[in-house]
Design a protein around this ligand. Structure first.
Ligand code: URA
Length: 215
């Protein structure tokens, strides 16, 4: 049966029909991509962290956010609650966002690793490599104006560099030609230990705001 006739029959029978996507993804298609991605992450067994996690920590926030915050990996509290940045570092991150006029709900927050490394050790290179495609897909789906990367570990993994944080701050980075601009700042857990660097973090946030506004 030709497709137009088939569609007419189905509609007459009040059966939902849909057309093949030709241009930009509809909100419905995006929803199913998110659902599929969440399902993949929840069942992921690409590295040994799946043996020790309580649950995966997918990410949270506005799926159409202008700002996408990237952290390192879930800690104990995040592993328990299934949400990134819910411990003390999370409270400081919320305050940092508020300082530049953003609420936690307005941004999207995710980590390089979706599973907690035992005893909060640094992610291993093969763990980050296995997990990064999930973050890359999240970034592509949100299509933010800016990526704010917090901490050396997240920045080095995302930017595939071993440059120290001091050299990564204060510049705009890119991954490939098409991605959003990337700005790096201190991890809030580090700032809790070293409050004297909060002033520099504030400079980074103002710089990030400026970069986002350019886009
Ligand atoms: N630190 C991170 O990098 N991510 C979290 O989700 C929590 C703490």
């Amino acid at each position: 049966m030709n497709p137009a006739r088939r569609k007419a029959y189905l509609e007459a029978m009040q059966i939902d029909t849909w057309d093949r996507r030709v241009s930009s993804p509809s909100p419905l298609a995006q929803t199913s991509e998110w659902d599929e991605l969440e399902r993949l992450v929840a069942g992921c067994r690409r590295c040994a962290l799946c043996e020790t996690r309580r649950q995966t920590v997918f990410g949270v926030g506005d799926r159409r956010a202008r700002w996408f915050v990237v952290g390192e990996a879930p800690g104990a509290e995040e592993d328990r609650q299934g949400e990134p940045f819910v411990g003390r570092a999370g409270q400081l991150l919320n305050a940092m966002l508020r300082a530049i006029g953003l609420s936690r709900e307005e941004v999207f927050i995710a980590n390089v690793l979706k599973c907690r490394p035992p005893n909060n050790r640094d992610p291993l290179a093969h763990e980050a490599a296995a997990c990064l495609p999930y973050l890359e897909r999240q970034i592509a789906l949100v299509a933010p104006r800016l990526l704010l990367v917090v901490g050396r570990i997240a920045a080095q993994n995302l930017l595939a560099t071993d440059e120290p944080l001091a050299r990564l701050r204060g510049r705009v980075h890119r991954r490939g030609d098409a991605g959003p601009p990337i700005v790096v700042t201190y991890h809030p857990a580090y700032l809790l230990r070293t409050p004297s660097d909060k002033r520099k973090a504030w400079e980074d946030l103002k710089f990030a705001r400026e970069v986002a506004a350019r886009g």
